[in-house]
Design a protein around this ligand. Structure first.
Ligand SMILES: Nc1ncnc2c1ncn2[C@@H]1O[C@H](COP(=O)(O)OP(=O)(O)OP(=O)(O)O)[C@@H](O)[C@H]1O
Length: 264
């Protein structure tokens, strides 16, 4: 039986989690007794084909969806069992960067990044200004404080989104397709800045991405989802050895020397 103490060392733990949508013949099983741990302070990449359950996995962690069976433990807490207040407290420790960057068009770069500090802390204006300036510098956005999102390139918008996600010093940062719409150069740039900030701040990162196999280079752990099956690996080379047929099938769709060398 799983207890909260078992989760020490794992920021997130999925214990035999099942999730489906629809009923009867239309029932669609997205996760079938899926289990994996997200190690604290490390980077876990979640990959899989379209519609395989990557975003559902993130939503279960955020408490936006509840499992049909099993448990999702975040920092040792069963997310589905938390009340509104406790869930809000838990989410205070999360940073989130989703596809569209979700910037407010009517706010400047500075105000977008300052928003979480204004809404969720009691910091004084001077402290807010110093903190935002420091983050903008880390993300190479100094000098752009007074611009509006419409004046920014796609890559800059993502950087502003990342700056905002990091404002509350999160312990866990969730990235859902952080490079959507970016060219390869900007994509590399975002992942470079991700690595810089993660090294500096030490947060646990979960990245959902289609940039396979490129994104595997960032991963301490790779979680693959295909046809309801989920398997976790510490090295891309191990994927072909999965005992789960649906995962081996997904590996066949991924072209990289790591796979082809192994005859997949
Ligand atoms: N609220 C919902 N109601 C019904 N079905 C849903 C709901 N959320 C997700 N699904 C279904 O669950 C499956 C997994 O969806 P999910 O968004 O997690 O896929 P994904 O792996 O993130 O795909 P993509 O890479 O295309 O974003 C899909 O078939 C989707 O239609």
């Amino acid at each position: 039986m799983t207890t909260e103490n078992d989760a020490a060392g794992a920021a997130v733990r999925f214990v035999a989690v099942s999730k489906s949508f629809g009923r009867g013949e239309k029932r669609h099983l997205v996760l079938n007794e899926a289990s994996f741990d997200v190690p604290t302070g490390k980077t876990t990449v979640i990959a899989g084909g379209s519609g395989q359950g990557k975003s559902v996995t993130l939503k279960l962690i955020l408490g936006l969806l509840k499992p049909d069976a099993g448990q999702v433990l975040v920092f040792g807490k069963n997310v589905a069992a938390l009340g509104v207040h406790a869930l809000r407290e838990l989410r205070m420790q999360f940073g989130v960067l989703f596809q569209g960057s979700a910037l407010f068009d009517s706010l400047t770069v500075f105000e977008n990044v300052a928003l979480p500090l204004r809404e969720r802390t009691r910091l004084e204006e001077g402290a807010i200004r110093r903190k935002v300036a420091a983050t903008l510098e880390q993300l190479e956005l100094s000098g752009h404080e007074d611009k509006f999102p419409a004046q920014l390139s796609g890559g800059m918008k993502k950087r502003v989104g990342l700056a905002r996600a990091l404002q509350l010093d999160p312990k866990l940062v969730l990235f859902d397709e952080p490079t959507t719409g970016l060219d390869p150069v900007m994509t590399r740039e975002i992942y470079r800045l991700f690595e810089v900030t993660q090294k500096r701040l030490g947060y646990t990162a979960i990245i959902v991405s289609h940039d396979v196999p490129q994104v595997f280079a960032l991963a301490d752990q790779i979680v693959l989802i295909n046809r309801g099956e989920l398997d976790a690996f510490t090295d891309a080379g191990q994927i072909v050895d999965s005992h789960k047929p649906a995962i081996r099938e997904f590996a066949r769709t991924v072209t990289s020397p790591g796979f082809t060398d192994r005859g997949v």
